[in-house]
Every structure is written in C-alpha cells, then in structure tokens.
Ligand binder design. Structure first.
Ligand code: GAR
Length: 205
C-alpha cells in the first residue's frame, strides 16, 4: 500500500478527482493519508474532510521560505505515514516551489500536474501563455518533480485544442476536464508500480 499526501492551495478539484478515483476503486494500492494546504481558506480542505473523510492540515507560510517551510510539510507527511521510502506526494494546485531538500528526500515520489504540454509554457498562467503565444494545441502534463520549475520527467500528457474565441477561462476549463482524467491515471500507474524512470525518460510497463 502506498500512503498518499496531497498538497493544495485552493480549489482542490484535481485532489478531488484523485480521492474519488480511490474511493470508487479505480485506483488500488493507494491510501489517502493527509491533505496539506498552505492556505487556510483553500476550498479543497472542506471537500477532503467532509466528502472524503481524509485528514487535513493547514501549514501557513508565516514568512517561512524554502526548506524552512518545507520541513514542516515533510514532518506532517511523515506523521501521517507518507514516508520517502513508500509514500507518494501529489502537488495539486500547490502554489509554492518545492525546495531541493524536499525533492531529494522524496526522490521520484513527488508528482505535479501542469496545465500545458511541458516543456512549453512552464510556470504561472500556463493557459494564458498558450493563448498569448497563439498555440493551436496545448494540454496538460503529469510529471515527476525535480529541482527545477515544471522541469521533471514527464509521465503522461494529454493534448487539448485551442479553439477560435477561447479566452483564459474557456481554455482552462477544457484543460481541467482532461487534468481530472490524467492525474488519477498517473496515480493509478504509480500505485501499480508501473512507472519506470531512466534519466528523463519515463516508461509505463
Ligand atoms: C490546475 O489547473 C493545475 O494544473 C494548476 O492549478 C490548477 C489547480 O486547480 N497548476 C499549476 O498551474 C501549477 N503550475 P485545482 O486546485 O482545482 O486542482
């Protein structure tokens, strides 16, 4: 069994998609243990506790940066059994950059979802970046987190067309629908031990 911790900052719809897939048996071998938010008002916290009965914890930044903040997160993950040896950490709209120390401790055990086809449009406002660039196709990516920003090995991607008249809202909504399929699928594959990494290349066995 893989103990799962999910880190959020807001709405938590990707978190909810993962928790629903676990609850309804589409993901096996993965147990949600703790949802952590840096934002006390994150809507996802209520969804996690009330709809899915998963423990939640708020760890506000309080001016702490980098590893000074992340070590509080790591302590909470460990307290709830999400260990570097056998745990899995999913970033789901967690709007902080993870420190190298955190990444090294949980090497190849931290996943992120990004609303673009990486390596295109990393960082903030990926959907707006795609629109402003005039891209015809964008999408979403689930990747391992490394020490860079949105730069780790790609696990799964799904393409989404940009259509005439799209604005940031309509495009984000269309991408989000695919995110909700892609992220649970990546967690399922991780839980089944089917993700192999060689350098930057990820294969699904
Ligand atoms: C999602 O679109 C996710 O891809 C994006 O934030 C949103 C969170 O929504 N993440 C990033 O942009 C990270 N760079 P959610 O809280 O409803 O899952």
């Amino acid at each position: 069994m893989i103990n799962l911790g999910i880190l959020i900052s807001g709405r938590g719809s990707n978190m909810a998609a993962i928790l629903a897939a676990i609850k309804f048996g589409r993901i096996k071998n993965v147990k949600p243990c703790i949802i952590i938010s840096n934002e006390p008002e994150a809507a996802g916290l209520k969804i996690a506790s009330e709809k899915y009965s998963v423990p939640t914890k708020v760890i506000p930044a309080d001016g702490f940066k980098g590893w000074d903040y992340d070590q509080k997160v790591v302590a909470a993950l460990q307290e709830y059994g999400v260990t570097p040896q056998s745990g899995l950490v999913c970033l789901a709209g967690f709007m902080r950059i993870i420190s190298p120390e955190f990444v090294r401790q949980y090497k190849m055990r931290i996943l992120n979802i990004h609303p673009a086809l990486l390596p295109s449009f990393p960082g903030l406002h990926a959907q707006k970046q795609a629109l402003d660039h005039g891209a015809k196709i964008t999408g979403c990516t689930v990747h391992f987190v490394d020490e860079g920003v949105d730069s780790g090995p790609v696990i799964l991607q799904k393409a989404v067309p940009v259509v005439n008249g799209d604005d940031e809202g309509t495009l984000s909504t269309r991408i989000l629908e695919q995110e909700h399929q892609l992220y649970p699928e990546a967690v399922r594959l991780f839980g089944e031990g089917r993700i192999k990494v060689q350098g930057r290349r990820v294969s699904i066995t």
